[in-house]
Design a protein around this ligand. Structure first.
Ligand SMILES: Cc1cc2nc3c(=O)[nH]c(=O)nc-3n(C[C@H](O)[C@H](O)[C@H](O)COP(=O)(O)OP(=O)(O)OC[C@H]3O[C@@H](n4cnc5c(N)ncnc54)[C@H](O)[C@@H]3O)c2cc1C
Length: 448
C-alpha cells in the first residue's frame, strides 16, 4: 500500500496551496480530485464568471454612454464569450497537474472515502497517510422538493452552449444576482425567486436596496418571500411553483437554476470511519484548522467550519495555515483579517468589516455615513444611476469598522477600505492621503 506524509482530498485553491507547500518542504504528498484539477474558482466559479462579465461590462458601458459619444451598443455574442472563457478553463488542469509532477506529488483522479483513521479508498486503490487534508469545497444544496433535481447548477450555467430565452434562479444570493445580470444583459428574460424578505442577507440592506432597484430596472423579475415547492417539466419549458404566505403562484422558464446555497462537500467521505467530527457547516476544526476529534486530519477552504468566508482568498490563506501546521507542528493559529466580499453585478456591490447592526451589538460607539452620491463626478462621467456608500466609524478611535459600497469599480475601492481597517488607519491619516485623480479611489476620503 502506498504511504504518504500528507494526502490532500480536493485540488481547489486550498488543497493546491497545501499540497504544493508541503511538497516544497520535502514531505511526500499525494492529491486526488474526482473532477479535473483546479477546483471551483478556476474551473466553475470566480474566473470563468469574471471572463464572461467582461463582455457584459462593455455592453453596459456603451449603453450608459449612448448619445454621449457612443452611437452603437454592441451585442453580446454568447458563443464567442463562452469560447474565450473556455480557453482559460481548459488551460488549467494540465498546467496544474504538470506543476504537481514537477514537485513529485502523486496525482489521483477519483473520489475519496475514509476507511479508517489512516487509510483512504481511492477507486480500486487504498492508500495510507500520516496526515490527511480535507479540501473538498462546497456543492450546490440538494433541492428536496418535487422536481428539485430538474434545476441546473451554477456549473451548468457557466457551460451553457446557448443562452436560454428565459432563466429562473431559485435563491437570491450572490451567484443568482451575478448570473441573472449576465443573462439579462445578454438578452434573456430572467427571474429570481428568493424565500426570505431580503436577498443577499449578509450585505448591508440599505446598500442592497440600491442593487435591488438596479436589478429590477434591468428587467429582472425579483420575487421575494416566495419559497419554491415544485418544478415540473413541460414540453419546452418548466413550471415552478412558489408559495408566498400560503398563496401559490407559478412561474415559467426555459431553464431553472439552483442558486440556493452551497453546503460543504463532505457528506460522501465516510467521515465517521476516521472519527472526524463535522456539522452542516463543515469539518469541525480548532484554531490550527485541525479536526477537533482526529489530530491527523486538517481541513481548509469551503469544507472547513472555520470563521473564514467561503471565498477564494480565504481558501488560499487557510491552505497556507494548514501546510504550516503540518510542516512545523501546530504553531500557526488562523487569524482572519477583514474579508472583502463582492457581488460582481453591474453596478457592483462590495462589503468589508462590520455591518451597522454588528458594530452596535459589539458595543461600539459609531458614526454612520450613508449617502447616495450619483451626483459625484465619477458617477456623472460614467453616467451611472447607482453610486452609494455606507461607512461605519468607531467614534472613540476614529477608525473604520465597516464599509459597504455600490457603484462603479467598488470591487477595487473596497480593497483600500480592507487595508485601512486591517492597519487601523485613522480617519485623519486617510484624509491626508493623496490618491491619484480622477480615479474611483480618490472618492474614498469623501466617504468618511
Ligand atoms: C459560481 C461561483 C462563483 C464564485 N465566485 C467567487 C468570486 O468571485 N470570488 C471568490 O472569492 N469566490 C468565489 N466563489 C467561491 C470560491 O470558488 C470558493 O470559495 C473556492 O473555490 C473554495 O476553494 P476550496 O479549495 O475550498 O474548494 P474547491 O475549489 O471547491 O475544490 C474542492 C475540490 O474537491 C473535489 N472533491 C470534492 N469532494 C471530493 C471527494 N470526495 N473526492 C475527491 N475530490 C473531491 C472537488 O471536485 C473540487 O475540485 C464562487 C463560487 C461559485 C460556485
Amino acid at each position: 500500500m502506498k504511504k504518504y506524509d500528507v494526502f490532500v482530498i480536493g485540488s481547489g485553491m486550498s488543497g493546491m496551496t497545501t499540497a504544493n507547500k508541503c511538497a516544497s518542504k520535502g514531505l511526500t504528498v499525494g492529491i486526488t480530485d474526482e473532477l479535473p484539477y483546479g477546483g471551483t474558482c478556476a474551473l466553475r466559479g470566480c474566473d470563468p464568471k469574471k471572463v464572461i462579465i467582461g463582455a457584459t461590462e462593455v455592453r453596459e458601458f456603451a449603453q450608459r454612454l449612448k448619445g454621449n459619444g457612443i452611437d452603437t451598443v454592441p451585442k453580446i455574442n454568447w458563443e464567442d464569450i463562452m469560447a474565450f472563457k473556455q480557453s482559460f478553463v481548459d488551460a488549467m488542469p494540465p498546467k496544474i497537474e504538470k506543476g504537481y509532477k514537477n514537485k513529485d506529488i502523486d496525482t489521483y483522479h477519483t473520489s475519496a472515502k475514509f476507511l479508517s483513521n489512516n487509510t483512504l479508498q481511492l477507486g480500486d486503490e487504498v492508500i495510507e497517510a500520516d496526515k490527511f487534508v480535507i479540501a473538498t469545497g462546497a456543492k450546490p444544496r440538494v433541492l428536496d422538493f418535487e422536481g428539485g433535481n430538474l434545476a441546473l447548477s451554477s456549473t451548468d450555467f457557466l457551460n451553457l452552449k446557448k443562452l436560454p430565452e428565459s432563466l429562473l434562479f431559485i435563491g437570491g444570493g450572490y451567484i443568482a444576482f451575478e448570473f441573472a445580470h449576465i443573462a439579462a444583459r445578454a438578452g434573456a428574460d430572467v427571474s429570481i425567486l428568493h424565500r426570505g424578505e431580503h436577498p443577499l442577507e449578509n450585505f448591508d440592506q440599505d446598500i442592497v436596496q440600491h442593487l435591488v432597484d438596479a436589478t429590477r430596472k434591468l428587467g429582472i423579475k425579483l420575487v421575494l418571500k416566495t419559497e419554491v415547492s415544485k418544478i415540473e417539466k413541460k414540453e419546452d419549458h418548466y413550471v415552478v411553483t412558489g408559495n408566498s404566505n400560503g398563496k401559490k403562484s407559478t412561474y415559467m422558464a426555459a431553464s431553472v437554476f439552483n442558486s440556493a446555497g452551497r453546503p460543504p462537500a463532505i457528506f460522501d467521505l465516510d467521515l465517521k470511519k476516521a472519527d472526524i467530527s463535522f456539522s452542516k457547516k463543515g469539518i469541525t476544526v480548532n484554531d490550527y484548522l485541525q479536526s477537533t476529534s482526529n489530530p491527523n486530519i486538517y481541513a481548509a477552504g469551503d469544507s472547513a467550519d472555520s470563521k473564514g468566508l467561503p471565498l477564494t482568498p480565504l481558501a488560499v490563506m487557510e491552505g497556507h495555515v494548514v501546510a504550516s501546521n503540518i510542516i512545523k507542528g501546530n504553531q500557526k493559529k488562523v487569524s482572519y483579517p477583514p474579508m472583502p466580499s463582492v457581488v460582481f453585478t453591474l453596478p457592483t456591490m462590495a462589503t468589508v468589516g462590520l455591518l451597522e447592526d454588528e458594530a452596535k451589538e459589539k458595543g461600539y460607539e459609531i458614526n454612520v455615513n450613508f449617502e447616495k452620491v450619483d451626483n459625484w463626478f465619477n458617477a456623472r462621467r460614467l453616467n451611472v444611476d447607482e453610486y452609494a456608500f455606507k461607512t461605519i466609524i468607531d467614534k472613540n478611535n476614529n477608525t473604520i469598522l465597516g464599509a459597504h459600497l455600490i457603484g462603479p469599480h467598488c470591487e477595487e475601492t473596497i480593497n483600500l477600505f480592507a487595508m485601512a481597517i486591517k492597519t487601523k488607519m485613522t480617519i485623519s491619516d486617510l484624509k491626508t492621503m493623496i490618491f491619484s485623480y480622477p480615479t474611483m479611489a480618490s472618492d474614498l476620503t469623501y466617504m468618511l
